[in-house]
Design a binder for this molecule. Sequence first.
Ligand SMILES: N[C@@H](CCC(=O)N[C@@H](CS)C(=O)NCC(=O)O)C(=O)O
Length: 209
Amino acid sequence: MRFYDCTTAPSPRRVRVLMAEKGIEIDTIQIDLFKGEQFSEAFKKVSPLSEVPVLVLDDGTTITQVNAISRYLDEIFPENPLHGRTLVERARVDSANSWVQMNGFAAGAEAFRNFTPGFKNRAMPGPHNYSQIPELAERGLLRIDHFFADLDAHFESNEYLVDDYFSVADISALVCVDFAKWVKKRIPEDHKNLLRWYDQVNQRPSAKA
Ligand SMILES: N[C@@H](CCC(=O)N[C@@H](CS)C(=O)NCC(=O)O)C(=O)O
């Protein structure tokens, strides 16, 4: 297998943390997004989406999207499952992970990409160009505040996103909290429950991935 990564980008980091949790090592190729390598003809042959992460299997099959890659790896390396251990737990992890992606990850991307000068005309990742909308950057910042507040309320009575089970949803949320720093958003000091959870997951060796 081959893993197409960019060490500075949050989306592939979600997969890297999962791989570190499971002790998986895969040949990795770095795509430097700041140099625009995602638009090279060579990489477009790998994925016309011009996005990372991408996983290419030994038979040449290409898998794009964080969630699809993470689930595939979790299933072919079944030890220490991170997508749930029962049918109901899997559904709840999916639910939590989708919520984090929509309300944390998308909020961070909205705030960052609609504001950063280097992303002029690149307000969305992918093969199509979109101009920045300053109001969306503002809205993204507000959505991050709400994301933090909702997580803080959740962690008042839950150790992790899904009860006391560390899952891929916690990995996604950890990466979102770190991504929010790109737009100068940090967990507010009065969000004690969220700070407790963050310290706990950030101390796992995988968080360095
Ligand atoms: N929906 C994709 C999104 C991946 C994504 O947003 N990747 C970003 C890096 S975090 C990217 O490749 N950006 C390329 C660009 O900005 O041109 C997924 O979940 O894998």
